[in-house]
Design a protein around this ligand. Structure first.
Ligand code: GLC
Length: 714
């Protein structure tokens, strides 16, 4: 018989009654402890056990510093996670389990392409499957909660974290946000193979001025609601259990101390009732921002703003009890934050299943996950150029040189935030080519060397693998110069000057300025940081085992001076003026762009009505023909412009896409249904508005689609 005071331990009771019962038993110190998240360095395990035993710990972030994405770290082991958990569950007064979070951004042990690469696949199902596989691996390693997906809209490739998100477009990022949440959480975050998702970073982090990480942002409310918020709305609608408050300030108020943002917008207007966690020490950094005089002051501001769980500043643990006793912080604020932490733990099943038993993924799962990583690596790669159809290569061509600084790269291909990668799992580009085309004689060095060109001079075709180190993008990795590292462009040019077909394979974490490479290479395959099976995925594309299917999720500028440069920009009052004097204003490669091994022709765009009412829908149809000699897959993209509204609207916005496979010579009709979801925008109060007037529709293979039609909303 469970004593009344232990009612919260009864899984038959409702979660809400268990929360209220437990809350009624907690001391003020224990409540502050629940709102404290600590790092988990391997040397701190006994200290963490002591904190847990004393009821002064609510959660661990399984990292040792704020830069887990770019450092090799020694975090505690699964046995030690269980030891700290045992101290909390079996040795503390109330036995409240801890929740363990970690940055499983694009895979746990099996690293998939970086999220920017995954976005280039324009394939929500594949991204969901990858997230589900990551959740299975992570949960088996003792992780309950991932600080992902990162769904910050990024329009500035100087910002290193562009690698970690899904690009510049609200619609595409929203699709990816939903796919990741469903993959991570499955049908139930309490599932033994699920992890709780965390939408981050709320809000507008990608607008950091100058692309300098953590920098100030100036975002109007209209832009915040219509560009930066939609992906979070999609993630919340998909059921994400948590949101992370961002480091930066927006309009003078740091996000982690911004009540209007976290409570007014996120909770009250969007109705988010899950857990809000700060970013690493972002509560403490309210002092550095100059809006808090002390950590005590910061704790009061952050809690009042709506931050429930304090990641690693210690301000809540240290100061909340005294702030409540001094009458500065209302106990209701503490209780509501504790309720959300406890509710999250109940929903994750931690009271019933606090420990993780060591388990080895089955051989079948391991093989299926590697196959998925290979498929996603191929699907993410974007073919930017293919003059003379130099690709795909024949598997019977006699001699191919594979040169360049990343030809033998293993760890680099895993990308940023690959903290649980095992280098030896990785497949290099040379190994991938050897596996896919075993009959070919490959000329390659043991690594980057000046032998490269002499090898190239003896080959029929030259593949130059260039790109950047995995820590040249990611957190705190901003660049002012977006060209490839020194010598790489020159190597491509020198290879081409040998007079051989020259293919540049680029492995990078962000849009690189390819203007010079574009002049030299016959073909350019942009593989991003393609993950643990990157070498095989790249080889599959190079030799035609997979058809190029990637499309750009972000604009590629010709020059850094163009930044910010994005497709869904406003018209301005002089759309045909205001150009640069010395360079083209258009991008080198536009949003949505990508070649395949065939060609497609669009025709006969039609609408089934000339006018509709604001709540009606209209159907757009278009005919698409495979005009090439090979089967291929096209990403048919729908763009819409609100031609006249009370506010300025983008010259076009992605509002739908469909992947279509076509045999050579085959024609298909593709249709899109267009209604309020596609036609509306967020007004000042956040309500979606469909304004009467004319709308223009484009359908095509990228954001420069030519086929268009106009209809009216009455
Ligand atoms: C980092 C990042 C955040 C990450 C957290 C925990 O500083 O900003 O995205 O989830 O700290 O590692």
């Amino acid at each position: 018989m469970i004593e009344l005071i232990d009612l919260y331990k009864d899984p038959q009771r409702s979660i809400e009654s268990r929360i209220e019962n437990l809350l009624s038993l907690m001391t003020l110190e224990e409540k502050a402890g629940q709102l404290h998240q600590a790092p988990a360095p391997i040397e701190a395990v006994s200290e963490l056990c002591a904190l847990a035993r004393a009821g002064r710990l609510g959660s661990l972030v399984l990292a040792t510093s704020a830069h887990a994405g770019s450092e090799e770290q020694q975090v505690a082991s699964l046995d030690q996670y269980n030891a700290v958990q045992r101290a909390a569950v079996e040795e503390s007064r109330l036995g409240i389990p801890l929740i363990y979070g970690r940055d499983v951004i694009h895979g746990h042990r099996t690293l998939f392409p970086i999220p920017l690469g995954q976005a280039a696949a324009w394939d929500a199902d594949l991204v969901r499957d990858a997230s589900a596989a990551a959740a299975k691996e992570a949960s088996a390693a003792g992780i309950h909660w991932t600080f992902a997906p990162m769904i910050d809209i990024a329009r500035d490739p100087r910002w290193g974290r562009v690698a970690e998100g899904f690009g510049e477009d609200p619609f595409l990022v929203s699709v990816m946000a939903e796919a990741c949440v469903r993959g991570f959480q499955g049908d139930d975050p309490a599932g033994s193979e699920s992890v709780l998702a965390c939408l981050k970073h709320f809000l507008g982090y990608g607008a950091a001025e100058g692309g300098r990480d953590y920098n100030s942002t100036e975002i109007t409310e209209h832009t915040l609601l219509n560009v930066y918020l939609p992906s979070f709305e999609a993630g919340i609608k998909a059921g994400a259990g948590s949101v992370m408050a961002a480091f930066h300030e927006i309009g003078g108020t740091p996000c982690s101390g911004n009540r209007q943002l976290l409570t007014g917008l996120l909770r009250d207007r969007l109705g988010f009732d899950g857990l809000i966690v700060s970013d690493w020490n972002s509560v403490g950094e309210l002092q550095e921002h100059g809006v808090a005089e002390s950590p005590r002051d910061a704790a009061a501001i952050a809690l009042d703003a709506g931050v429930d769980l304090d990641m690693c500043s210690g301000a809540y643990l240290t100061h909340l009890p005294e702030l409540v006793e001094a009458g500065i912080v209302p106990i209701e604020q503490v209780d509501n934050a504790v309720r959300r932490v406890l509710r999250t733990k109940f929903l994750c099943g931690l009271f019933e299943r606090p420990y993780t038993e060591r388990s080895i993924p089955s051989q079948e799962f391991a093989e299926a996950t590697m196959a998925l990583a290979r498929r996603l690596a191929a699907r993410s790669a974007v073919l930017l150029k293919n003059d003379g159809s130099v690709l795909p290569l024949s598997k019977h061509r006699s001699r191919i040189a594979v040169i360049g600084p990343l030809a033998h790269a293993r760890r680099e291909l895993m990308g940023t935030w690959s903290i649980d990668a095992v280098d030896s799992d990785g497949v290099t580009v040379v190994e991938g080519i050897r596996a896919v085309a075993p009959d070919i004689e490959i000329l390659t060095g043991a690594g980057p060397s000046d032998l490269d060109l002499s090898l190239a001079s003896r080959a029929d075709v030259v593949i130059v693998v260039v790109g950047e180190h995995h820590n040249r993008s990611g957190e705190n990795a901003s660049l002012a110069d977006l060209h490839l590292p020194p010598g790489q462009t020159e190597l491509v040019r020198a290879a081409k000057e040998l007079g051989k077909p020259t293919i540049a394979v680029v492995c990078a974490g962000r849009p690189i300025i390819l203007t010079d490479i574009e002049r030299s290479a016959d073909a350019i395959l942009y593989a991003w940081h393609p993950g643990v099976q990157g070498g095989l995925g790249i080889a599959d594309i190079l030799f035609g085992g997979a058809s190029p299917a990637g499309r750009l999720p972000i604009t590629f500028p010709r020059h850094e001076g163009q930044i910010p440069l994005y497709y869904n920009h406003k018209s301005t009052g002089r759309p045909n003026e205001g150009k640069y004097l010395e360079t083209l204003t258009t991008p080198l490669y536009p949003f949505g762009y990508g070649l395949t091994y065939t060609t497609f022709a669009y025709s006969s765009l039609s609408l089934d009505a000339a006018a509709i009412s604001a709540n009606d829908t209209i159907t757009a149809s278009i005919s698409i023909k495979n005009t090439g000699s090979q089967a291929g897959e096209e990403v048919v993209q729908l763009y819409i412009r609100d031609l006249v509204a009370r506010v300025t609207r983008p010259i076009k916005e992605l509002k739908g896409f469909q992947r279509v496979s076509l045999e050579a010579g085959e024609t298909k009709t593709v249709t899109f249904t267009i209604g309020p979801d596609q036609l509306s925008y967020a007004g000042p109060d956040g309500r979606r508005i469909v304004e009467p007037g004319e709308f223009q529709v484009w359908i095509g293979g990228d954001s420069t689609a030519a086929q268009s039609a106009v209809f009216r909303v009455r």
